[in-house]
Design a protein around this ligand. Structure first.
Ligand code: MG
Length: 346
């Protein structure tokens, strides 16, 4: 019996009846022989970790645009914090940790440069619209490995696509989303826990807010600092879910309300803050002008991306190319393309 099979049997013995099992996966887009060492979700986790899109997350905006301070989060550190929280939750609930980690590491691969500013520009310019969670799936299915995709399992793909509920509820009601594994729902909850805590921390670091500005309910229930906030949210989800039937994730009304309040506070004071936002208006112009140039100028497209696509696919391909850029790549391409360079010879 190979190691993968032994690990699959261990999953059967250890995991909750509501957990997803590697051996019971609905399979990959293209059938392939499974690895003899790693169960399928563990293999997917590794494929995501070694992808180029994953490495580019280190230079993509989380909240602050291309931060030069070393301690601000980027998409990469956000992703790692989400994975960390989600794995703690998965282990505590006896859910599939490999599946949880694979979804967490892949959930933000489709983010554009400059965060939501880049996303909303592409959403306006592309006839079919643009959403980062759909783009994350496109990255793993189509764009990675020079157009071959990573050929991930159905459960990881659905978790990546279903990770965001925007500003809405972050826990699904029982039976509300039957196609989504509990592991995918855990990542969605961990995503919110991670970003409300670390964005508060970064906003305080950047002097945009002071910790004592936090709403009273947030201070009372979640506490002023990141470590206690995350500890409170994680314990609450574990305790409430373990006290229930185990087939859906639960949190107490008190902690849920404090999380909502902190998220609204961040929207008002940080994400929509004029000082933070001013550079995103400039960044939107960078994305828009690069997009127009890629769509209209054959020579520019050929020089950047390579072979011209069929005419109808040009906007989609241009958006793929731009979405893959890091903040610093987009800024430097804009500078080379649109700004004059001083003559350097004396
Ligand atoms: Mg995220």
């Amino acid at each position: 019996m190979n190691l993968r099979r032994r690990l699959e049997l261990r999953e059967d013995q250890w995991l909750s009846p509501f957990a997803a099992r590697s051996a019971a996966s609905r399979g990959r887009l293209k059938p392939e022989d499974e690895c003899s060492l790693r169960p399928s979700f563990q293999h997917d986790r590794d494929r995501i970790l070694y992808s180029k899109a994953f490495r580019r997350l280190k230079h993509k905006t989380q909240v602050f645009l291309a931060p030069t301070g070393d301690h601000y989060r980027t998409r990469l550190t956000h992703t790692l914090e989400v994975a960390q929280i989600a794995r703690t939750l998965a282990r505590g609930l006896k859910l599939n940790e490999d599946l949880t980690e694979a979804i967490a590491l892949g959930h933000d691969l489709g983010h554009t440069p400059f965060g939501h500013a880049g996303e909303s520009v592409l959403n306006r310019l592309l006839p079919e619209g643009f959403h980062h969670w759909e783009q994350s799936l496109r990255v793993v299915d189509v764009l990675e490995k020079d157009g071959q995709g990573l050929n991930l399992t159905h459960e990881v793909r659905m978790g990546i696509q279903g990770h965001s509920k925007g500003r809405g509820q972050f826990l699904a009601a029982p039976g509300e989303e039957p196609g989504l594994t509990l592991e995918a729902q855990l990542v969605r909850a961990a995503d919110v826990m991670a970003y409300i805590a670390h964005d508060t921390d970064d906003a305080a670091r950047g002097g945009v807010i002071a910790q004592e500005d936090l709403p009273t309910l947030v201070l009372q229930v979640l506490g002023p600092r990141l470590s206690r906030q995350i500890d409170t949210m994680v314990r609450d989800l574990l305790n409430q879910t373990l006290a229930g039937d185990g087939n859906c994730l639960l949190m107490s009304p008190q902690v849920t309300e404090a999380m909502w309040e902190l998220r609204e506070f961040l929207y008002q004071r940080v994400y929509d803050n004029l000082e933070v936002h001013a550079d995103f208006i400039k960044a939107s112009k960078v994305i828009e002008e690069l997009f127009e140039r890629l769509v209209k100028d054959d020579r520019f497209y050929l020089a950047q991306v390579g072979e011209l696509p069929p005419p109808g696919e040009r906007p989609r391909r241009a958006a793929d190319y731009i979405a893959g850029m890091t903040d610093r790549y987009a800024l430097s391409l804009y500078e080379q393309t649109f700004l004059p360079r001083p003559w350097g010879r004396f």
